[in-house]
Write a protein that binds this ligand. Sequence first.
Ligand SMILES: [Zn+2]
Length: 274
Amino acid sequence: MAISSTVIRFIQNELNERGHAAGDVDGRLGADSEGALRRALRPRRAELPDDWEAWPRTKLLTGYVQLRCRDEGVNPGTIDGLWGSQTDYAVNVIRERLQNDLVAPNFRDNEELDPSRPHPWPHQRQSEVEAFFGAVGKHQTMLELPYRHRLAWDRNVELTRFSCHEKVHDSLSRILTRVLDHYGPERIVELRLDLFGGCLNVRKKKGGSTYSMHAWGVAVDYDPGNNRFEWDWRQAGFARPEYDAWWAAWEDEGWTSLGRARNYDWMHIQAPHL
Ligand SMILES: [Zn+2]
């Protein structure tokens, strides 16, 4: 599996942003890139195999990519400087996360989505989100929850409501009411559908200049402990069949699960589409 010039440009840009002077962002691994990679890797030699200084440029680049993926919580496999499918997948996940320009491989074909599914929401492009929802952190309202939630990171804290954008309020209320009707209170706790991981959070994407969908209060995270950012459908709890009705409730309202659409970040559900 070859390393694409897109990935090389992504890393050259990263190296430049971190002050390692990689020179032109041209997608070619030249002497400037090599020097930058060596400068970036040297302080991290303890995380690398002993022979790393003898590596050719492609291995240096791969080793750096693997470390950066691990920094971002996306498992790149062994840090060995060898480009394989796991490293390739991981770097695409972090590119999507850091740059918001390209996406990880499709998990689910669009054809699988019900064509009659309503799409009342804008595209997740910042300009469209802003045009539809306004400025980040504004137009918030309290959603009274049909069933009690608990904070995922401190389950002793119970929530009866949370803040969301006023334009998604009614939709969220309908979704959670349907979830309650379908599963009932006990099954909701068993399936951890009450573990709230956050909605409104005005922040930019890590390392990027664009805002997270959470900045408008139009994305919700559930059960992050069982649906970690880097996990795919084989690990993520929400990928299991007992959650089919959960997803139907969201998708019938036009919401998008990153897990179901892109096979990562299964905790995350957003109104704007991809
Ligand atoms: Zn999220």
